[in-house]
Every structure is written in C-alpha cells, then in structure tokens.
Design a protein around this ligand. Structure first.
Ligand SMILES: [Zn+2]
Length: 194
C-alpha cells in the first residue's frame, strides 16, 4: 500500500506506475493523478512543445526527409504495414472528420457540446468500425437521424442525432421526407429551422 501525494488516497501498489529512480520504485502519484498531471503538463506546454518541434523540423527538413525516404525504401514492407495499421486504427476518424466538416459548413455543430457528448459521438464511429470489421467493409455507416440539410427541418451534428445503420438503410433514406418521420425522433431534439 502507498499513499498518493496528490489525492492522498491509500492505494494498492499496482495503482502506481513503476519509477525506478524513486526509493520504493514507484511513482509519487497514483496512476489516475499521474495521467492527469501529464495531461495538464501537455496542455500547458502545448505551444512550447509544438513550436520547438516545428523549429527542429524546419531546420532539419532535408535531413529528415531524405532519412525517412531512405527508411521507407529499405523497409517498404514495414512502411506499408504501418500505414495500413494507422489507417485501420484511424478508420473511424475519416468518417468522423468528413461528417464534422460537412456539419460545420452547414453551421450544424453547436458550440455547447460537452466533452462527454463528444466522446459519445466518437464512440458511434468506433461502433461503426467494429460492425464493419464483423460484417464486411462499408456495410455500416454513421448517419444523421434528421439530415443536416433536410427539406423542412435541419438536424444538428450532436450525439442524439447520430446513429449507426446498415448502408442499405442509409441509401433508402434518400426518399424519406420530413417531418412525417419526424415524430419518432423528435423528443429532446434541437432543430435549426432554415
Ligand atoms: Zn492520486
């Protein structure tokens, strides 16, 4: 057992990260506080960190470029594999970004969304990727229940207006009209009328 110096809770040793430099081999902070501190540090030092990174890159651009080109040539397989992995891991982001971009163009993204709600939205895209993995590529999409550019009402880019559906449903939706299918989804809805 060990007491976290931040939240002062007495916790099991497994709740602390290993830190070889300290006497008992454990971090002073529990994992939760440690992560929070790291996050805060990154947040506070974001600009500094980004600026120094940027400076390094612009000073050493040629060296970095030729080095990575060389590496890619020598490690073509590994490079393609890491690209593939990155795409796989970020699949949900592509769909998410496209929808977010479109929503912001239409002015359908409210500024008052909380972090929790954004996480909720994120999880819909992750769910889509998971379902596509199971049922085959492109068989599921994330869609707006009420379209952002509906005929009579316009939906918002918010968690409760997002749903994961089969692509079949998504395509057939093209002919839906509002507000006749509106009643089923209208509870607790924010609508922008245009
Ligand atoms: Zn703590």
């Amino acid at each position: 057992m060990k007491t976290c110096t931040s939240c002062t809770q007495e916790l099991d040793d497994s709740s602390f990260y290993i830190r070889k430099a300290s006497k008992d081999g454990l971090s002073r902070l529990c994992k939760v506080c440690d992560n929070q501190a790291k996050r805060q540090w990154r947040e506070l030092n974001k600009e500094k960190y980004q600026a120094s990174n940027k400076e390094y890159h612009s000073k050493n651009r040629e060296k970095i470029n030729s080095k990575s080109a060389e590496w890619r040539k020598d490690n073509r397989e590994a490079f393609l594999e890491s690209m593939r992995k990155w795409r796989e891991k970020n699949k949900h982001r592509q769909a998410q970004h496209a929808m977010r971009y479109n929503a912001s163009k239409l002015g359908a993204t409210p500024s008052w969304l909380t972090g929790e709600q954004l996480t909720e939205m994120n999880s819909k895209y992750l769910e889509m990727v998971e379902l596509n993995r199971e049922h085959g590529k492109n068989s599921f999409h994330v869609d707006h229940v009420v379209p952002l550019k509906g005929k009579d009402v316009c939906g918002l880019h918010v968690p409760w207006n997002l749903e994961v559906k089969t692509s079949y449903e998504n395509i057939s939706k093209g002919n839906r009209t509002y507000p006749d299918s509106w009643a089923s989804v209208s509870s607790g809805f924010d609508v922008l009328s245009k």
